[in-house]
Design a protein around this ligand. Sequence first.
Ligand SMILES: Nc1nc2c(ncn2[C@@H]2O[C@H](COP(=O)(O)OP(=O)(O)OP(=O)(O)O)[C@@H](O)[C@H]2O)c(=O)[nH]1
Ligand SMILES: [Mg+2]
Length: 357
Amino acid sequence: MKIGIVGMPLVGKTTLFNLLTGQHKETSTYSSKGTKNVGIATVYDQRIDYLSSIYHPKKTTYASIEFVDIGGISPKLPAKEKAEIFSLIQDAQALLLVIRLFENPAVAGEKDPIVQLENLKYELLLRDLEVVENRIERLKKAKQKLTHEELVEMEILEKCNQGLSDEFFLSNLEFSEDEIKKISGFSFYTLKPIIIALNLGEEQFKTKSYPQKEKLKQVIQDGDMASLNICGKMEMEISELEPDERQIFLEDLGLKESGIERLSRVCYKHLGLISFFTVGEDEVKAWTIKKGTVAKKAAGKVHSDIERGFIRAEIVRYQDLVALGSMHAVKEKGLLKIEGKDAIIEDGDIINFRFNV
Ligand SMILES: Nc1nc2c(ncn2[C@@H]2O[C@H](COP(=O)(O)OP(=O)(O)OP(=O)(O)O)[C@@H](O)[C@H]2O)c(=O)[nH]1
Ligand SMILES: [Mg+2]
């Protein structure tokens, strides 16, 4: 999964990127414009640690999220530059909007969080509107008569055009599954799930009080977005300490989990994602799927051959394994389930796929 980090200039995007990916990209007090940083964050999962302690595999693989950090989006930038910056995250599956609340007189940039959020929303709307208008224009100018397919497309695009012009995100319009399929190729920005990272100063973070809190909550809720509080700079500095020291500082901030742990939790929930596990002496591994995925499709995540030659899935619930302490005990209790291709996979399922190729 790929997530694009978006925000106005100097709101702490790269600081957050460093926190999430463990990299050390340069942050600065003047705007970075066209830079792009790409990095992978490991999604730690205690369940994987537990499974590894049982299987002692040669390899342990957590889930991961790829982050793309781009230059700040300022309304003052020429349209072409903005489009170029946005194009760097066109293929992201979700957007992480960074809103600055921390105060730092040494760092310029928009202070008002609502203005920031409204600005970003407006820019995202504009990008999509531009794509929709261009496509409609092109269809209208076509020399040949439009095919049935194109007429259907035109109808959906007109609906998008109307919605976007009324300042609605496409994610807030009603589309049939078929319509969604037909427009998926455009990779619309306002169709992507959005998570807001409220980048708070240390005091704000500890007291959970910051300017415009209620209004922000309302806008986030109305837009069907998710959100989390971060204390970007402080958390980044803490992440570079020795483990035992780290604990003390995290507790001082009132934190039990790292930034990526909190973000991945919010992200999985908001995007409707769950994890299943495969185990063995070679590897213990977490796999990410959409809630409601059936066994055969889940098998395809592991390997297309396993999906094609799917026979059955042998499933153990993670909780049962923890409660009983060993696979042997789980089997004796009759808690290993044999499931067919249409069985719905649950979060935490430990699966052994039987297949033949
Ligand atoms: N006080 C404080 N300063 C911060 C925080 N986060 C970032 N900064 C500072 O703000 C400046 C900009 O941070 P960056 O992470 O580079 O911000 P950015 O959004 O990537 O900036 P551009 O890429 O230039 O748009 C740096 O000097 C950071 O040290 C924070 O949580 N608190
Ligand atoms: Mg930056």
